[in-house]
Design a protein around this ligand. Structure first.
Ligand SMILES: *[C@@H]1O[C@H](CO)[C@@H](O)[C@H](O)[C@H]1NC(C)=O
Ligand SMILES: *[C@@H]1O[C@H](CO)[C@@H](O)[C@H](O)[C@H]1NC(C)=O
Ligand SMILES: *[C@@H]1O[C@H](CO)[C@@H](O)[C@H](O)[C@H]1NC(C)=O
Ligand SMILES: *[C@@H]1O[C@H](CO)[C@@H](O)[C@H](O)[C@H]1NC(C)=O
Length: 452
């Protein structure tokens, strides 16, 4: 948690505008290079019920229609986003840990304006004054129009030094405010070299408050790396230079020690990854009322090869922007529209050949006793997606261990009617997922995690 007085902010301003660094260069994109950021995995949750608790909070925020004062609804900060990206920011570079979140747009980082940082808890924030390349964006700049501002928003365009203030308000009253800024970042390129990018726009968060962004739930993260579709996201900012696509593979969280996987920005995955097996693709759909999210279309669901009787309208996005399905790295479990969930649960209950667990696990509708069974026969589920591709995850992507010898179906009904469905990160495990923003399609490849 970083709380600073406005006095130190003023000091910072003085310091910055005394030594402005105005040299920006736009790196040229080359089709063969891509960025490679290690994805780290923190102990995700001690129980699925805990994941559910975080997910529910995240989703209730994601589902809120953006309003003027609360345009950002990332719940990554709610502890449910368990995949972290390490970023080197500033000159000399400071290493920061950010939640990788396809469900939000802004890149923001806890900042400190400490002058004598020797009595500052090391590594707890980005020390803006210790970087020679930190530069706040001017409030009159067109870039500043892309972020929400605190009210009243004093912007005096006649002043040379008037920073772009941003304010992100969360539904539970948590917020981060600070200066929308630019920094140099050093990123590892596929060739093993480091590439310097001189103008990453990010929120330098000087005031971070509220239950969600502080304390244990944030799990030591310095901020959030938004990978959503809006222009300010990390993927949008860097994508233009690297082919406008990104990909990741979330390694099985049950493996110990967890293997390293990467967030790849750019590149041509068909070259980078397996040549032998080809990717499946499904179109990324646009919901104008939720421009951040990556929507995909589900056509039908199969359990053990049997198509479930679900009305296709259950999956559609209506005129009010309700419904649909998003793919989200920051939510753990999978949430399905209620009529479809009821059919899925019914089908699983009918097909499953294992006894129910003696004691009910709170919040989970289907838990089975697998004690003594080495390879429990669990029904196979698959999703037929638009674009005639089929997503058939292994059962460990939707059955989680809740206790010794107990496995529960890790799928939940959405909270209220009209909420979109969410394919969470558990369901994505072991797949290489490629978000191709130019072609507006999602590629997926089973067992694509090993490379590069
Ligand atoms: C910085 O703080 C430390 C510890 O409080 C102190 O010993 C040191 O003299 C300070 N340095 C400066 C330059 O103020
Ligand atoms: C903007 O700044 C200039 C120069 O300091 C000052 O003269 C002017 O009154 C300011 N305008 C507003 C609206 O504050
Ligand atoms: C980057 O690549 C895209 C095609 O992937 C191209 O349209 C664009 O002009 C390139 N930009 C630069 C700065 O080279
Ligand atoms: C699972 O079944 C075994 C017997 O096969 C039983 O001893 C055990 O208590 C059961 N556990 C649960 C959680 O139901």
């Amino acid at each position: 948690m970083v709380l600073l007085s406005s006095l130190s902010e003023l000091f910072l301003l003085f310091f910055l505008f005394t030594f402005p660094n105005l040299c920006y260069s736009i790196p040229v994109n080359t089709s063969t290079e891509y960025l490679k950021l290690p994805l780290l995995h923190r102990t995700p949750f001690t129980s699925p019920a805990q994941a559910l608790f975080f997910d529910i909070r995240r989703l209730s925020l994601l589902h809120q229609r953006p309003s003027f004062k609360s345009p950002i609804v990332s719940g990554a900060s709610y502890g449910s986003g368990q995949y972290f990206v390490s970023l080197r920011l500033g000159s000399p570079p400071q290493t920061l840990l950010l939640v990788a979140d396809t469900g939000s747009d802004l890149v923001w980082i806890k900042c400190s304006a400490c002058k004598n940082c020797s009595n500052y808890f090391p590594g707890s924030a980005f020390l803006a004054r210790q970087s020679s390349t930190f530069f706040p964006i001017h409030c009159f700049s067109s870039l500043c129009q892309l972020v929400p501002h605190p009210l009243p928003n004093h912007c005096n365009h006649t002043l040379l030094h008037s920073p772009c203030r941003y304010e992100y308000l969360y539904a539970d009253g948590s917020k981060t405010t600070g200066f929308f800024s630019k920094e140099t970042t050093k990123l590892q390129i596929s060739t093993g070299r480091e590439k310097k990018l001189k103008s990453l726009a990010f929120g330098c968060g000087f005031r971070i408050s509220g239950p969600s962004l502080t304390g244990a739930s944030f799990k030591g993260a310095h901020g959030v790396m938004g990978l959503g579709r809006a222009p300010i996201s990390f993927s949008s900012q860097l994508g233009r230079r690297f082919g406008n696509k990104f990909s990741y593979c979330l390694m099985d969280y049950t493996l110990s020690p967890p293997p390293t996987s990467y967030l790849i920005i750019g590149g041509h995955q068909s070259n980078v990854f397996s040549k032998k097996r080809s990717m499946n693709f499904t179109p990324l759909l646009v919901n104008p009322l939720s421009p951040t999210f990556y929507f995909i279309g589900i056509k039908s669901v199969y359990v053990d090869g049997i198509k479930l009787p679900i009305n296709p309208s259950v999956w559609s996005i209506d005129q009010l922007g309700n419904g649909g399905t998003i793919i989200d790295s920051g939510t753990t479990l999978t949430f399905i529209a209620k009529p479809a969930y009821r059919e899925i649960l019914k089908a699983f209950k009918r097909r499953i050949k294992l006894p129910n667990a003696a004691e009910a696990t709170p919040d989970f509708d289907l838990c089975v006793n697998v004690s003594g069974v080495s390879r429990p026969p669990l029904p196979r589920m698959s999703f037929e997606l638009t674009g005639d591709s089929v997503f058939s995850p292994p059962s460990r992507n939707y059955f989680v261990d809740t206790d010794d010898g107990v496995k529960c179906l890790a799928i939940q009904p959405v909270h209220s009617d009209g909420d979109f469905s969410v394919l969470g990160n558990l369901m994505q495990q072991g797949y290489l997922l490629e978000f191709d923003r130019d072609k507006s399609r999602l590629g997926f490849l089973r067992r694509g995690c090993a490379q590069p």
